[in-house]
Design a binder for this molecule. Structure first.
Ligand SMILES: NC(=O)c1ccc[n+]([C@@H]2O[C@H](COP(=O)([O-])OP(=O)(O)OC[C@H]3O[C@@H](n4cnc5c(N)ncnc54)[C@H](O)[C@@H]3O)[C@@H](O)[C@H]2O)c1
Length: 436
């Protein structure tokens, strides 16, 4: 659905009027396109505390201009704060960013790099945790479509896919996030432009909305995609699959034999499983019949657990495989009228946290979640106008996301190079003020 307010504030009279009235000032975000696949401008690499010498070569490979001249109007600033161990060295965070933050280009990026919290040193843990509050606060004040994220990393090489993602137009609607990159096995792709070449992906609920965008983006990145949706949406699923050179599978994901039917359709196995299908049946708890409760929990959580178990246990998911499930900010912050939906989506967060370490150890598979905020789809077009407008603006970027924003996050998580990103719940919400 068109965001007319965003179009209006992009005009000179719109800017003038909204500024005078103190209204939100959303910026036109720079998103990935074939014509503009990279951010254009310099990358400023700064440090607070002792710098990590292994980061410079990784940053140099992002394709952004580094070194002399990058400081003129950087489109990205990376602050290496991995060496921050105490309150004194936190002062260096201020000293590094205070002079440059104003000069970061519109739709630019600030990425803060932190270290895992040291259980043997509570001063280091305090200083590193401080980076989280710093990142989230700067994200709320920086404006002009610029984003601020924190990556906690143990090893720069393992974080390359994450840094490439955050320092690109693909992460336009991701801000205020804390992403942990652990020590899991990862595979550097032959071609960073087509990192999913040779891989098979299945996306549930992919006939329309976010799922269709995920199918398109995974295809762009080289995957062969199976478009799964309910039999009633089969014509749309087939049309999309044909356009993408993939295949369609008409199946209600809540069917008792859904896992077996997916396994039958994929005799060669599966590399990437994206649980995207989801429904809402909103009512306040006092007015909610049991059927509304159980149908939402079954589609949004029960079927995700059942099919995940079936595909792991039958060996359908290949070693090096990737599972991405779809949570929601409603599962993190809660939402009036959505006790069923909020419960199901919070359950996804629990599933990811509980299964991720075990799936990596037993199957060599990572398990992560995307948690969309307000995304412009048929689901959100059905929300009453005033609530819809509030949902759209109540985030640091003052606008809704588009389905492609969630698709880009998914495409990063499922890369071979993202093997050290496991058990993460990444919000795609423009730093929603709800549950932030
Ligand atoms: N749009 C948003 O703002 C938003 C925000 C947070 C989370 N989400 C989540 O993102 C996912 C996609 O949302 P969307 O906005 O694209 O929704 P949508 O309603 O546009 O699309 C959902 C798709 O899932 C399919 N589906 C529903 N039940 C199914 C079943 N039992 N088996 C197979 N397919 C089924 C539908 O037919 C539809 O094609 C959902 O999990 C949703 O909860 C969306």
């Amino acid at each position: 659905m068109a965001d007319r307010y965003l179009s209006f504030t992009g005009t000179a009279p719109g800017r003038f009027l909204t500024r005078r009235l103190g209204l939100p000032q959303p910026a036109q975000l720079v998103r990935w396109s074939a014509e503009r696949p990279r951010l254009e401008g310099g990358l400023l690499h700064l440090a607070a505390g002792k710098p990590d010498p292994n980061l410079a070569p990784v940053l140099a490979r992002t394709g952004l201009r580094t070194g002399t001249g990058a400081e003129d109007s950087p489109v990205a600033v990376v602050l290496d704060a991995t060496g921050v161990r105490d309150v004194e060295s936190l002062g260096e965070v201020h000293a590094a960013l205070h002079p440059v933050v104003r000069s970061v280009a519109a739709s630019g990026r600030v990425v803060v790099l932190g270290a895992p919290l040291d259980p043997a040193d509570h001063h280091q843990a305090a200083a590193q945790q401080a980076l989280e509050g710093f990142t989230r606060s700067l994200g709320k004040e920086i404006g002009r479509g610029r984003t601020v994220n924190l990556v906690r990393l143990a090893d720069g090489e393992a974080a390359e896919s994450t840094l490439r993602f955050l320092l690109s137009p693909r992460s336009a609607y991701v801000s205020g996030q804390v992403i942990e990159v652990g020590a899991g096995a990862f595979a550097v792709p032959d071609d960073w432009e087509r990192p999913l070449a040779g891989r098979t992906a299945l996306v549930t609920g992919a006939a329309r909305g976010i799922g269709a965008a995920v199918a398109e983006t995974l295809t762009r990145d080289g995957a062969r995609v199976v478009v799964l949706d309910v039999p009633a949406a089969e014509a749309d699923a087939r049309a999309l699959a044909e356009r993408l050179g993939g295949s369609a599978l008409a199946l209600d994901i809540t069917a008792a034999d859904a896992g077996a039917r997916i396994a039958d359709a994929l005799p060669e196995g599966l590399d990437i499983l994206v649980h995207n299908a989801g429904i809402t049946r909103d009512r306040r708890l006092v007015n909610m019949p049991a059927e509304r409760w159980s149908s939402v929990l079954d589609v949004n959580l029960g079927s995700v657990l059942r099919t995940t178990d079936a595909l792991l246990e039958r060996g359908v998911m290949k070693t090096g495989g990737r599972i991405v499930a779809t949570a929601s900010i409603a599962g993190i912050a809660g939402n009036a009228g959505q006790t069923n939906y909020g419960a199901g989506k919070a359950g996804i967060v629990g599933l990811v946290r509980g299964l991720a370490p075990r799936a990596a150890g037993e199957y060599g598979v990572t398990v992560n979640a995307v948690a969309p905020g307000f995304v412009e789809t048929k689901m959100t077009a059905a929300i009453p106008l005033v609530i819809r407008e509030a949902g759209r603006r109540m985030n640091s970027l003052a606008q809704g996301g588009v389905p492609g924003d969630v698709a880009e996050v998914t495409a990063w998580l499922v890369q071979g190079g993202s093997g050290a990103v496991n058990g993460q719940v990444v919000r795609v919400c423009g730093q929603s003020l709800l549950g932030a």
